[in-house]
Design a binder for this molecule. Structure first.
Ligand code: C2E
Ligand code: MG
Ligand code: MG
Ligand code: MG
Length: 288
């Protein structure tokens, strides 16, 4: 791997070079290579749990990169680099293909995949997604694309055309990290997204910040009023779990319920019948 190594190799020879820029360039080079290298990229899946009965309604696909030298690099670090360099288009297609293959037999209605705003603004995005779904035999109704509020697109743009095209196929949309952006409620309604994912920063404030509790209740009420579902992200404690249930939140996701896991571990969990049983809790209530 000598060609791909070189943590700081450039800065050794040229101390003038900005370290952050070098790191970025190395990441780009290595990410490009990772797309050709089996095993470096992997998709993990985190269960989405129905609040009313504790069953699994679906999974969110989360990309993992096992770098040969640096170890596992967080998507929070490499996704922005992939977006800046345009690599996100190939990366997104790779994720979707992998997800279609790995989840084809899983008994759930929803497989959620994150879509970058860069992808949504690419004129070939919807056609590419359609082609992958067709080739892999995945029903479009099974796919939920998670987009952030920053990906909110203006009317009559490539972005809106992509969304209209995909919606026409039956693909659903969820607004990720909801509450952290500045989208107008009017646009929210226009988009006809099926679901709002409440940003985990609000859930994290439960118990210490009454404002966060009020915001989450308001989001749940708003979603109900306009016929959208809500998923709370980042559920880590039973106190948060119970409060979200009382607030009327539809779905829960977080480390309390399960961490994101590789496909083979999800399959073990599915065979065990209930997520609680699979995680070793005393009396799991969920069932398939
Ligand atoms: P996201 O879409 O909001 O994904 C949820 C993140 O919260 C994931 O981080 C997940 O591991 C983490 N999480 C889940 N439950 C908990 C919890 O209880 N506590 C805490 N503290 N965190 C929790 P992850 O996997 O590191 O991904 C970070 C972000 O990277 C994602 O945020 C998403 O925006 C982006 N990302 C990941 N995979 C992809 C991908 O395939 N494509 C694109 N475009 N973006 C991706
Ligand atoms: Mg997401
Ligand atoms: Mg999120
Ligand atoms: Mg996020």
């Amino acid at each position: 791997h000598s060609k791909r190594s070189g943590r700081s190799s450039y800065t050794l020879y040229d101390p003038q070079l900005d370290q952050a820029a070098t790191l970025r360039r190395n990441l780009e080079r290595d990410l490009r290579a990772a797309l050709e290298q089996p095993g470096e990229l992997e998709v993990h899946y985190q269960p989405l749990i129905r609040a009313n009965d504790g069953t699994i309604s679906g999974f969110e696909a989360l990309l993992r990169w096992h770098h040969p030298i640096e170890g596992t690099i967080s998507p929070a670090v490499f996704i922005p680099v992939a977006e800046e360099t345009g690599l996100i288009l190939r990366l997104g297609a790779w994720v979707l293909e992998r997800v279609c293959t790995e989840t084809s037999t899983w008994p759930v209605d929803t497989v959620a995949v994150n879509a970058s705003m860069i992808e949504l603004h690419d004129e070939h995005y919807a056609a590419r997604v359609e082609k992958i779904l067709l080739a892999k035999g995945m029903a479009p109704q099974r796919l939920e694309l998670e987009i952030t509020e920053s990906a909110f697109c203006e009317r009559a743009t490539v972005c809106e055309k992509n969304i209209t095209h995909l919606r026409g196929l039956g693909v659903r949309f969820a607004l990720d990290d909801f509450g952290t952006g500045f989208s107008s409620l009017g646009r929210l309604h226009d988009l006809h997204a099926e679901a709002l994912k409440i940003d985990r920063s609000f859930v994290a404030g439960f118990g210490t910040d009454k404002g966060d509790e009020a915001i989450v209740q308001a989001i749940v009420d708003l979603a109900q009023a306009v016929g959208m579902k809500t998923t709370a992200e980042g559920v880590e404690t039973t106190a948060q779990h119970d409060l979200l249930l009382a607030m009327g939140c539809d779905q829960l996701q977080g480390f309390l319920l399960s961490r994101p896991l590789p496909a083979r571990e999800i399959e073990t969990l599915l065979r065990a019948g209930t997520i609680e049983a699979a995680l070793g809790a005393p009396d799991g209530g969920g069932q398939w």
